[in-house]
Design a binder for this molecule. Structure first.
Ligand code: NAD
Length: 246
């Protein structure tokens, strides 16, 4: 029960890695605010307090701490994966990548950090990706740039508040089997005129372990970093990718 008497807020909690992280935190004793724009899916989660909110709405983020109060753990999981290179990707995708992956994260931290400082501590876990400053991955131009910004944001928060009891770490998964990944597989199949099975096999073929990551494997790392067991790590880039960048 690493999170007994702790309050955690998890974004993108309705599906995928965020959902797995919210459930783990709940199972380990935390009071969990599960935030997502998909209220119907949030309603299927037991034992958490759902917050239906669009992270692209800055005013809604700013108003959140007044409603929720101070928290101990902020898990910023929400992110958008845009396909394309610098030439083929759209300006809209570039803007959305930064609005959701970076600006919303920045706003969430700015909203909840003062409460953590008042309490004398807190843990922030930011979802990046190996598609970032860690590795250039084809067809992930806007995504990779935005996830590199997540690492810079993480390190800067960690450096500024390390002496005030705040830890801030980044998680960089490789390919993880989630609803959004399954959607990308289907899109790739349609774009290349191949079957979904063939497109899925191409994603798996990039993995030295011969398999994709599982949501709960990433959620386990998120929870470790959010817990007091990780008291000696901050400003760090935690790669979890089945050996892809090794
Ligand atoms: P997912 O698509 O399975 O779930 C994303 C969730 O975010 C959904 O519940 C969706 O409703 C919510 N969401 C999207 N836009 C929102 C908004 N504007 N406001 C509120 N909620 C919003 O995603 P996932 O694959 O679990 O990815 C989660 C994070 O992990 C992302 O930051 C992603 O970039 C990162 N990541 C994923 C992989 C992977 O292979 N799946 C790899 C590396 C990093």
């Amino acid at each position: 029960m690493r999170f007994r008497n702790k309050t955690a807020l998890v974004t993108a909690a309705a599906h995928g890695i965020g959902r797995a992280a919210a459930l783990r935190l709940r199972d380990e004793g935390a009071r969990v605010f599960a935030l997502d724009r998909d209220g119907a899916a949030l309603a299927t989660l037991d034992g958490v307090e759902p917050i239906v909110l669009d992270l692209l709405d800055p005013k809604a983020i700013t108003a959140l701490p007044e409603t929720l109060g101070a928290i101990d753990v902020l898990a910023n999981i929400a992110g958008f994966v845009a396909a394309g290179s610098i030439l083929s990707g759209s300006d809209e995708d570039w803007m959305l990548s930064f609005d959701l992956n970076v600006h919303a994260m920045h706003r969430m931290i700015r909203a909840f950090l003062p409460g953590m400082l008042e309490r004398g501590g807190g843990a922030i876990v930011n979802m990046s990706s190996i598609a970032s400053s860690v590795k250039g991955i084809p067809n992930r131009h806007a995504y990779g740039a935005s996830k590199a910004a997540v690492i810079g944001l993480t390190k800067s928060v960690a450096a500024d508040f390390v002496a005030k009891g705040i830890r801030c770490n980044a998680v960089c998964p490789g390919t993880v089997d989630t609803p959004s990944l399954r959607q990308r597989v289907a899109e790739q199949a349609a774009a290349q005129g191949i079957s979904v099975e063939e497109a899925h096999a191409a994603f798996v073929a990039r993995q030295p372990m011969g398999r994709l990551g599982q949501e709960d494997e990433i959620a386990a790392l998120v929870c470790y970093l959010a817990s007091d067991e990780a008291a000696f790590t901050t400003g760090a880039v935690h790669v979890i990718d089945g050996g892809w960048v090794n």
